[in-house]
Structures are given as structure tokens and as C-alpha cells.
Design a binder for this molecule. Sequence first.
Ligand code: HEC
Length: 115
Amino acid sequence: MGGGLLIVAMALALAACSGGTDRQGSEAGAAASGGTDAMTLYKKQCLSCHAADLSGRVGPSLEEIGSKMSERQLIDTIQDGAKGMPAFKKVLRADEIETLAQWLSTHTQAEEDKP
Ligand code: HEC
């Protein structure tokens, strides 16, 4: 019994020393705020260029895209593509594009500051 407690105490001390300052808040938030359908579509079609956490790779970051573009503009961009981005109107159905645009429009700058 006593030995077990000692191990717990040591583990706590070690954890305190390593100072867990890294936060994964933004990533977890991005994953939690989207509908699963949009997430699935995004992972299949968009992740390769915009990264799993929307931070961007070949394409720009979409982390705050909801503050930059309206849902209508998002739909247009996904349908017709852009410089370096393929058009998706033949790949995705209109309602799938709408789902994605809706989901992306919830990714605004203010999102993280809300309580
Ligand atoms: C082949 C790589 C590629 C894929 C796949 C791709 N994109 Fe893009 N995307 C880009 C590039 C490159 C740009 C920048 C275009 C420009 O400079 O005008 C872009 C721009 C955008 C923009 C505008 C961003 C801004 O700040 O103006 C949106 C929104 C967007 N993509 C959404 C998507 C979505 C949603 C998907 C999946 C359906 C997707 N993209 C798939 C490469 C890609």
C-alpha cells in the first residue's frame, strides 16, 4: 500500500517538473466544432492541400476562413476552384459543397475567444 502511494507521488513530481505547457486547444476545437459529414469530406478532398488542422500546406490556412469569406463565396471557391486549387463541382455534389462551405464558415477568428 505505502509503496503504491510513493510511486504516485513520484509520478506527480515528475509531471510537475516536465512542465506541461503545450496546449492542443486549437486543434481539438477545430475537430470538435465541425459536423462529421463535413469533416469526412474535408479529410477526403481538401486535407492534402489545406492540412488536417486547416493550417494550410499547398493551399492557404483555412483556420479563420469564416471571417474572410461568406458561405456563398466559399461555395463558389469550392465549385470553381482557384489559382492552384482544383474545381470540385464535378467531384462533389452541390449539397456536399454546401455542407463543406457551411462548416468552413464556422471557422472564424472570434470562435476561440468565446467562453
Ligand atoms: C490541389 C490542392 C488543393 C486542394 C485539393 C484543395 N485546395 Fe483549396 N486552395 C488551394 C490553393 C493553392 C488555394 C489558393 C488559391 C489562390 O491563391 O487563389 C486554395 C484556396 C482555397 C480557399 C480560399 C482561401 C482564401 O483565403 O482565399 C478555400 C476556401 C479553399 N481553398 C477551400 C478548399 C476546400 C473546401 C477544399 C476541398 C473540397 C480544397 N480547398 C481543396 C489548393 C487546394
